[in-house]
Ligand binder design. Structure first.
Ligand code: ZN
Length: 80
């Protein structure tokens, strides 16, 4: 199903087809983010991990990365 309006670029777009291994937030990402914007995040993710020296082996590092992703993609706020 195509995306009506991507939360990052605001345009309609093709949905992400590949598995993202994001667990329960994966359907939300796929419903809101187009393929080019996800590719942008994939690049930005590497930069952020290096700049903030995130340790993804720790829950805190993973949470920080998720927060950064939420902001970057302008995903809708949700209750945890
Ligand atoms: Zn987009």
């Amino acid at each position: 199903m195509a995306i009506d309006q991507c939360t990052r670029c605001g345009k309609p777009g093709d949905p992400i087809e590949e598995p993202l291994y994001m667990g329960k937030i994966e359907p939300l990402i796929k419903a809101h983010v187009c393929v080019p914007c996800w590719a942008e995040w994939a690049n930005q993710r590497v930069i952020i991990i290096n700049e903030l020296r995130l340790n993804l082996g720790e829950a805190d590092g993973r949470k920080q990365l998720k927060d950064q992703m939420w902001t970057f993609l302008s995903l809708p706020q949700q209750d945890e």
